[in-house]
Write a protein that binds this ligand. Structure first.
Ligand code: BGC
Length: 794
């Protein structure tokens, strides 16, 4: 972590230097600094005639009355506690917009993040606490395949945003899981853009139903932490449009997020926050976006270029940035009309914000109700990877022996800005106890003593995050406790089932690694799995593994040794209770993977070019795998994953029947796919159903399958059937022809494959497209200047 902090500071310094600003000499402003920042310097204003911001209709008059300095002030944010800046009124908020009182423009406040609102839980001199709810990580939410559940999470998150006096949530984040080792993947949903886009839209709609803003981030192609401020991401237009931009396009069109956060990385040579093709031509031109764009924190190198590009606000901003912008207007190098455009985009949201409406926030959201939402979402996102001979659910009378330190130090979520200062995390021990299970108490005590001894040692002490207390805690990884085989034998004798918990964490600023203790299990973890399995199996008893992780780990080498594997993800603060819900069968698992678990890291299509070149200190990353990300690659190139995209078991079974399309299999501009799903097992359950399409190769080659629609049944009782319908329109089916800048449905026979996973296809139906359909022509943007050696099946 310390390393991480140094890295972040170094990155900040280099950005600051590139911007011509010395970090040491900063004097920051707060959101309530309007008055001090003072009167306009260059124009005399008659106070009696000053228009006031009262509603949307007043915005143009207010802009007309603003001085250049005031405009330049508004487009540069405020905030970033933990450096030399005084704290914002909402402590732990990371920024906001400045007030300009003369014109009736109030300050607004922004706070992270994807797993829930991140603010300071305490304030000096106050006994009141400001805890927020830690929801499951985004990867877990995506695994629900249930936009209703995700929408409820959004509603609850947005309520906390509003009730704690924040205007804009800096979430959700929807970068693709291009590579399984990206340190912030836990904050992102999936390797697939449709899931990412739909989940984002559901979340944004939930958050914004409270009258606060959501920010979709990080736009775009911000798929690694290594050198995140400076890496130049080289990617083809087709891969961009079909994958890396697609989720953003869906979210923009289906949920109208109030804000978009541009990313740190360069995209095809230009910093994202200075990239007018990305921020204006595509986002606003091609997609019709009408909210505002803010930078990621300290992103970019040139505030004037950011303004020109349509990056409406620089976060958290340096006063020097305002000066440079104002000077650029005065010397003619920045057209004032562009600045006005940016100001207007920001004010459009200011007039809708709780701060503008003087919303009297309670500082007292219903945390208990939100905990229930978090618990349901967490359980619904868990994926049962293996369950031989129905080892799970646990039987009521089972005495459970819990192995692994993560039974106590259960990981609720990842670290960095995506962390959440929740009041508690329910451990797996407590979850099982709450569910009425008896545990092997000696073993619990042994783990508990082991952890407390280690945590007193300097190297394992839990400390506040070096990024500041608002960023949660720094929890050094402690080694797994070594158990000898005799001891395991005794524990086995005294219990009915062994449950082994494997935990992992990762976070902002650092990518994960293909090493033991991270992607790979350590020798001690492997020995624990092996020895516990042997002892229990010799006695005819079962062993289950619970994976408390934020992204894939290697499973293939040890999975045969155990009976069951439950992928619990990082389930948020209700972790233990949600794990117990699924282990005990109170909730029938219905989550499925929205990201592939490969057999080995080397199978990942981007493993050879992640995190870029030169290897010692990457400056450029070329997306050579092109459109073949995740299952698009595994299915097309016949690489067998450990657990494929879409995979997940249940305690019941489902039958799929009557899979068909309408219109006699002729596609004009729309077609509907139908499937009957019947619960043919003995317990109630929900099924996530996936509709993939195999499109014909034409001028454009196509991946073997692409997810085109998905849905989840309601909770079906045994023998109950539900008919699911999926509507596919031309845009859903289209591929991107980068020569013509067109979305096109090429003629030929299309096969719809309805399945329980990307490999477990239950039925197919075909339809015909008689002639090429040009769905949409868009701008010629974001063309890479570097030659890309693209993966192709030809
Ligand atoms: C992260 C953003 C976050 C911001 C404010 C940045 O480092 O990349 O996701 O919203 O900090 O905390």
């Amino acid at each position: 972590m310390l390393k991480k902090m140094r890295k972040r500071r170094r990155q900040l310094t280099s950005i600051a230097l590139a911007t011509g600003i010395a970090l040491s000499g900063l004097s920051f402003q707060t959101g309530v600094f309007a008055a001090e920042q003072g009167a306009p310097k260059t124009e005399q204003i008659n106070q009696n005639e000053v228009p006031q911001l009262v509603d949307k209709a007043s915005i143009d008059a207010v802009i007309a009355a603003m001085t250049v300095e005031e405009k330049a002030k508004l487009v540069v944010g405020v905030g970033m506690p933990g450096m030399t800046i005084p704290k914002l009124p909402v402590q732990g908020a990371v920024g906001g917009t400045p007030a300009i009182e003369r014109l009736g423009i109030p300050a607004m406040y922004y706070a992270d993040g994807p797993a829930g609102l991140r603010i300071s839980p305490t304030r000096p001199g106050e006994s009141k606490t400001y805890y927020t709810t830690a929801f499951p990580i985004a990867t877990s939410l995506a695994s629900t395949w249930d936009t209703n559940v995700v929408n409820k999470v959004g509603q609850a998150q947005g309520n906390e945003v509003k009730e704690y006096g924040v205007d804009v949530l800096l979430a959700p984040a929807l970068n693709l899981h291009r590579n399984i080792l990206t340190g912030r993947n836990f904050e992102y949903f999936s390797e697939d853009p449709l899931i990412s886009g739909k989940m984002t839209a559901a979340l944004v709609n939930g958050v914004q139903s409270n009258g606060v803003g959501a920010t979709i981030k990080h736009y775009a192609a911000n798929n690694q932490e290594t050198n995140r401020f400076t890496i130049d991401t080289i990617v083809s237009e087709r891969a961009l449009r079909e994958l890396y931009l697609k989720g953003f396009e869906i979210a923009v069109k289906e949920s109208h997020p109030k804000a978009v956060m541009s990313s740190y990385n360069l995209l095809n040579g230009t910093p994202a926050s200075q990239n007018s093709e990305l921020l204006t031509t595509v986002l606003r031109g091609d997609w019709g976006y009408d909210g505002y764009v803010m930078t990621d924190w300290f992103a970019g190198t040139d505030p004037v270029a950011q303004m020109r590009a349509g990056n409406d606000q620089i976060m958290p901003g340096f006063p020097q940035s305002s000066e440079r912008i104002a000077n650029a207007v005065k010397d003619g190098s920045l057209d004032e009309k562009l600045l006005d455009r940016n100001v207007k985009n920001i004010l459009n949201f200011v007039v809708e914000s709780p701060s503008f409406k003087n919303y009297n926030h309670s500082d007292n959201p219903d945390l208990q109700a939100h905990a229930a939402v978090a618990r349901q979402a967490a359980a619904d996102g868990m994926v049962l990877l293996k369950n031989d001979q129905k080892a799970l659910p646990l039987k009521k009378e089972n005495k459970v022996a819990l192995f692994g330190t993560a039974q106590i130090e259960t990981v609720k979520g990842g670290t960095g800005s995506g962390d959440v200062n929740a009041a508690y995390t329910v451990s797996i021990i407590d979850g099982l106890k709450h569910a009425g299970y008896s545990l092997h108490e000696d073993l619990v005590n042994q783990y508990s003593n082991y952890i407390s001894v280690l945590r007193q040692m300097e190297q394992y002490k839990i400390k506040p995050s070096p990024w500041g207390e608002d960023f949660g805690k720094e929890i050094p990884v402690i080694p797994e406790m070594v158990l000898d085989t005799n001891q395991i034998k005794t524990i086995e004798d005294e219990s009915d089932i062994g449950v082994i918990v494997i935990g992992r964490n990762s976070g902002e600023g650092v990518d994960r690694q293909n090493v033991k203790g991270d992607y790979l299990l350590t020798d001690t973890e492997k020995a624990m799995i092996q020895n516990v399995s042997k002892a229990y199996h010799d006695a005819g008893k079962k062993v289950a593994v619970v994976l408390n992780i934020g992204g894939p780990v290697e499973i293939a080498s040890w999975r045969d040794q155990v009976d069951s594997i439950l992928l619990a993800w990082q389930p948020g603060q209700e972790a233990g209770d949600a794990v117990a819900d699924v282990l005990t069968g109170a909730v029938n698992p219905s989550g499925k993977l929205a990201t592939t678990f490969p057999v080995k890291y080397e199978d990942v299509p981007s493993s050879e070019n992640f995190p870029g070149t030169p290897a010692e200190n990457p400056t450029q990353v070329v997306y050579e795998e092109d459109i073949y990300v995740g299952y698009r690659y595994y299915s097309t190139f016949d690489v067998k994953p450990a657990y494929e995209f879409g995979y997940g078991l249940s305690y019941t079974n489902f039958d799929y029947s009557n899979i068909r399309v309408n219109q006699g299999g002729k596609f004009k501009d729309q077609i509907t796919v139908f499937a009957n799903i019947k619960n043919i097992g003995k317990v109630s359950g929900k099924e996530a159903v996936q509709a993939y399409v195999s499109a014909p190769d034409g001028k454009l080659e196509k991946p073997e399958i692409e997810l085109k629609a998905f849905g989840k049944t309601k909770e079906l009782k045994p023998n109950q059937t539900e008919l699911l319908k999926f509507e596919l329109n031309a845009k859903d089916l289209a591929s991107f022809d980068e020569e013509k800048n067109q979305w096109i449905v090429e003629k030929g026979v299309y096969t719809v494959k309805v399945g329980a996973s990307s490999e477990n296809i239950k039925g197919t139906a075909t339809f015909k497209v008689d002639k090429d359909i040009i769905v949409e022509e868009v701008s010629n943007s974001l063309v890479p200047e570097v030659e890309i050696d693209r993966l192709t099946k030809k």
